[in-house]
Design a protein around this ligand. Structure first.
Ligand SMILES: Nc1nc2c(ncn2[C@@H]2O[C@H](COP(=O)(O)O)[C@@H](O)[C@H]2O)c(=O)[nH]1
Ligand SMILES: [Zn+2]
Length: 250
């Protein structure tokens, strides 16, 4: 999030309190994540699903844990805020953290798209951008150099496979994109980049043209992964394509 704020020059576009909300939300958005997603929580009728009535149980939990920590005197970075500012920070953080539930991805992206033709950084109705920025920070591991991204991807896939193994053991519905018998690293990432990251970055790039290079990178990566899936020949790549991909992958 910090890097994204600098990259998009949001420091000069948004109010400081909104930057604070985005940074703190990004930091807290996955607190005490148990490694099993909402679908699992609901199907397994876990304590979290029962507590939050099947409504974004994880994100509600992350947010509740965040405010529990922030209420401790030694952690309370909000203590000097006025009550009006506290209300704004708490309300903003709740919205941003709850927005990281991927089940709401299309709803949030579609709302953002509607604001784009008339987007105004000063318009209070256009705060959807803050949710989008937290979401982008949450899911854009693939935008980082491969040496940084891949170990985290390996952890994610391990988490996926662990969930689907548990689902199989407990006789619960098996989440298909987490099933080790159905997905591989390239297939998982090809789909995630094509169907989640590319549409998201396509819209965000309309507001921040500086992200164009990342959009191109996703096109390259998804193509590379897709070609890898098809076991294509190395010689397929054009020089320009290879140069761009290499510059990111090095
Ligand atoms: N296949 C991939 N899925 C990804 C990747 N990055 C994120 N994600 C998905 O998003 C959620 C984020 O939610 P969180 O609560 O776990 O933060 C994550 O669980 C994945 O489902 C990715 O690179 N590839
Ligand atoms: Zn999360």
């Amino acid at each position: 999030m910090y890097g994204l704020i600098w990259l998009t020059d949001l420091r000069n576009k948004l109010e400081r309190i909104d930057l604070f909300i985005m940074l703190t939300s990004a930091l807290c958005h996955d607190l005490d994540h148990p490694g099993y997603n909402n679908v699992y929580q609901i199907n397994a009728q876990t304590d979290l699903a029962l507590r939050y009535n099947d409504i974004s149980p994880l994100e509600n939990h992350h947010c509740a844990i965040a405010f529990g920590i922030l209420s401790k005197p030694e952690c309370n970075i909000l203590k000097n805020l006025s009550s009006e500012q506290y209300k704004q920070v708490r309300g903003g953080m709740i919205k941003c953290i709850l927005a990281t539930d991927m089940a709401r991805h299309n709803e949030i992206l579609n709302k953002f798209k509607v604001t784009l033709p008339v987007f105004d950084f000063k318009n209070k109705e256009h705060k959807e951008l803050m949710k989008i920025m937290v979401k982008v920070s949450d899911i854009s591991n693939e935008a980082r150099p491969m040496a940084v991204a891949e170990p985290w991807l390996d952890c994610l896939l391990q988490e996926f496979f662990n969930q689907s193994d548990t689902e199989k053991l407990k006789g619960l519905p098996v989440t298909p994109f987490m099933d080790r018998d159905k997905v591989s690293k390239p297939s998982s990432q090809t789909n995630f980049i094509r169907f989640v990251l590319l549409p998201l970055f396509t819209e965000l790039t309309k507001l921040f043209p500086c992200l164009e290079v990342h959009l191109q990178f996703f096109h390259c990566t998804s193509n590379v992964l897709y070609l890898h899936l098809r076991k294509s020949e190395k010689g397929y790549f054009t020089k320009k394509f290879k140069k761009l991909a290499d510059s990111f992958l090095s």
